[in-house]
Design a protein around this ligand. Structure first.
Ligand SMILES: NC(=O)c1ccc[n+]([C@@H]2O[C@H](COP(=O)([O-])OP(=O)(O)OC[C@H]3O[C@@H](n4cnc5c(N)ncnc54)[C@H](OP(=O)(O)O)[C@@H]3O)[C@@H](O)[C@H]2O)c1
Length: 331
């Protein structure tokens, strides 16, 4: 049986779920793809572990200080890198170094963090094209929400006029709480933080930058655009009040944070902002931490996908969907 080796950069909430599912699914990969899949290395920011014969699940609870970084991880010569480190949309690090190093080394790469793809998407695509390594980005493009696959596969043969989405679960939860229970933004945020649904520093969600980052990756990787964040007009939800929402609702509208990219004659326009959505539009029914994407095409009309789950397990499953797409090609 062919042996395929995996390395994981970033063993936090998502990285650990990736490893857990990998261990659980080893039998399935053997049966469906005829491969013996081995996790040979994993690391966080300061600790890690490697074993050429394959790590076991409990190895991840006994990481060794000092074993980390691209040299350590890629020194194990994995066939596939799964990158699940933190997202920094200003520098692209730490993911950028792992991803570029892997692709240049010809290692197939599954990216879950957004930073590197936002900051250096073109260079990353060039590295993959040059070495022939396969690059997959489902985890970085709203994960459990079918998004990049729609653009790359399902809607092939169409011209895509626009993509618009409710792509940030935190802001959608906050707007829903404000609309349905008349909470102030601060009260809704406090609640979301207590429930672990908002980060202690929620600015990149609330100010719209997380939505912009996902949309940028979708447009650049799915539509062949070359957008940077500077091309986006971005407004978040930080200024919305319960009074504005009440007035909108009286007029049969609900507020949603919408990211939109339109394409006309090869020219792309991109924005993020609150939009009043008619109560009978399907986007009005996308509440709580649901996410949704609407794609308008020339030949297949309008396609909508909606996802209910934004848990780390769902993100890990999206990354492992990418893994199976790679296994189909290489096994
Ligand atoms: N949570 C979700 O459901 C979800 C959904 C879609 C996308 N994502 C993306 O997935 C990524 C991971 O999310 P998460 O929730 O798992 O975050 P997390 O729990 O904060 O985990 C991040 C991991 O990255 C590690 N790390 C930090 N610097 C590193 C470095 N220089 N080299 C190697 N590892 C490093 C951390 O290690 P230490 O613990 O040692 O610091 C930690 O293990 C993020 O980019 C996030 O945007 C998450």
């Amino acid at each position: 049986m062919k042996r395929i080796t995996i390395a994981i950069a970033g063993i936090g909430g998502v990285g650990r779920k990736v490893a857990e599912l990998l261990f659980m699914r080893q039998g399935r990969y053997a049966r469906d793809y005829g491969v013996n899949l081995c996790l040979v290395a994993a690391c966080g920011s300061r600790t890690g572990k490697a074993c050429a014969d394959g790590l076991a699940a409990d190895d991840l609870d006994q990481l060794i200080p000092g074993l980390c970084g691209p040299d350590f991880l890629l020194g194990e010569n994995p066939d596939i890198l799964i990158e699940a480190g933190p997202t920094d949309i200003r520098t692209g690090q730490p993911g950028l170094d792992y991803i570029q190093r892997a692709l240049k080394q010809g290692v197939h790469t599954i990216v879950i963090s957004k930073g590197a793809l936002v900051v250096s998407g073109n260079e990353i695509r060039e590295s993959a094209a040059y070495s022939g390594a396969i690059l997959k980005v489902s985890g970085a493009t709203a994960a459990a929400l079918p998004a990049i696959d729609l653009l790359e596969y399902s809607l092939m043969g169409c011209e895509i006029h626009s993509i618009e989405g409710i792509l940030n679960a935190t802001t959608n939860y906050l707007l829903s709480a404000m609309s349905e229970r008349s909470l102030s933004l601060d009260e809704a945020l406090q609640e979301a933080q207590q429930l672990g649904m908002a980060e202690s520093d929620p600015r990149k969600d609330i100010e719209g930058w997380d939505t912009a980052a996902k949309l940028l990756i979708l447009a650049n990787f799915g539509l062949g655009a070359s957008l940077s964040l500077d091309d986006f007009v971005v407004e978040g939800i930080q200024h919305i009040t319960v009074q504005t929402i009440t007035e909108l609702r009286a007029g049969g509208k609900v507020p949603k944070l919408i990211g939109r990219v339109t394409q006309k004659g090869g020219v792309f326009r991109a924005s993020v902002g609150i939009e009043p959505i008619p109560a009978d539009d399907v986007f009005a029914l996308v509440t709580g931490h649901d996410k949704a994407l609407r794609v308008r095409t020339d030949k297949m009309g309008e396609i909508i996908s909606i996802a209910r789950s934004s848990e780390p397990t769902a993100t890990a499953a999206a990354a492992l969907k990418d893994l199976e797409l790679i296994l189909r090609e290489i096994s």
